[in-house]
Write a protein that binds this ligand. Structure first.
Ligand SMILES: [Fe+2]
Ligand SMILES: [Fe+2]
Length: 297
């Protein structure tokens, strides 16, 4: 055991990983029973918000491949057995996210969205990064984007009303993904730290990661809206902007957690939100087809 909760705080015990007791990064195979009987505006009847989530899903397969590759590149340099195990399970979790989001992406493809085109766009963008940037930089980029996905995941789990408007057939997919992004939120960060990644690089890369994330998500979202057979309505756009950036909005609420990244002493588990994982496990066992978690516990 490398991390322990002592007097309510998470302690480093001379090891490279730092994770609260009770949290395990382990693959779960899921079965959600997604089918085509889903409206195209499947979130709160909103074109804007639905295409925001559609855009995220279109990005995941290529994005998650990049995450896996950039972390696994350094696996041989990690001597800590706990962290090596987390790297393997991180890759398996991300791989299964991709599998499930591909099923989702097939549905929105049949609804008329050119997901393959978006995937190619993201692949070319990331390939450019692979060619131009060092492996350490790519790992920093992954750690940064993992911080953003973990913030988003933690947020929707702590504020379930953010997912309330989703079609009930699709909500479990997004809640599960949010849980596993929370579980493995420190893996890329811990690997980055273990291989000597600097504060300066991770701070600088976060600025780039933030611009990359928002520009790519919104570019794809806007393209989806442009192709939508229903015309764009100003009222729906305002509702969507409020959902994302309003006082209780998705991204507005992420700002404090986002800024914590820039603290030199930051660690993803400074925010121990592991209770949301336990809550999800109690409510969602029926979607788990098989899990290695119990076997390994
Ligand atoms: Fe993921
Ligand atoms: Fe992730």
């Amino acid at each position: 055991m490398y991390g322990g909760v002592v007097h309510g705080s998470i302690m480093m015990m001379g090891a490279l990983t730092r994770i609260p007791d009770g949290v395990r990064v382990k693959l779960r195979r899921m079965r959600f029973g997604m089918d085509d009987e889903v409206p195209s505006h499947w979130v709160d009847d909103s074109q804007f918000i639905s295409h925001f989530f559609n855009a995220l899903s279109a990005i995941f397969p290529e994005g998650e491949k990049f995450f896996i590759d950039s972390v696994r590149f350094f696996e041989g340099e990690i001597s800590d057995a706990e962290l090596r195990g987390q790297i393997r399970e991180f890759a398996r979790q991300e791989g299964h996210h991709t599998y499930q989001h591909r099923l989702f992406n097939e549905i929105i493809t049949r609804q008329g969205l050119p997901v393959a085109v978006y995937e190619q766009f993201v692949r070319e963008l990331l390939d450019h990064g692979r060619q131009q940037r060092s492996e350490k930089f790519q790992l920093a980029m992954t750690a940064c984007l993992e911080h953003l996905t973990a913030l988003m995941g933690g947020l929707v789990l702590e504020h379930p009303e953010l997912l309330e408007g989703m079609d009930p057939k699709l909500r479990p997919l997004w809640a599960w993904h949010a849980v596993e992004e929370t579980e493995h939120k420190a893996v890329a960060f811990d690997v980055y730290r273990a291989v000597g990644g600097s504060y300066a690089m991770r701070a600088y890369v976060m600025l780039q990661a933030t611009m990359l994330f928002f520009s790519v998500v919104h570019r794809i979202q806007l393209d989806m809206m442009r192709r939508d057979s229903e015309r764009v309505r100003a009222r729906d756009v305002l509702k969507g902007l409020d959902y994302l950036w309003g006082r209780a909005g998705f991204f507005r609420r992420m700002v404090p957690g986002y800024l914590r990244w820039y603290k030199p002493s930051f660690h993803p588990w400074d925010d121990d939100n592991s209770s949301v994982i336990e809550h999800w496990k109690r409510e969602n066992a029926r979607y788990i087809e098989s899990a290695t978690e119990e076997a390994a516990a």
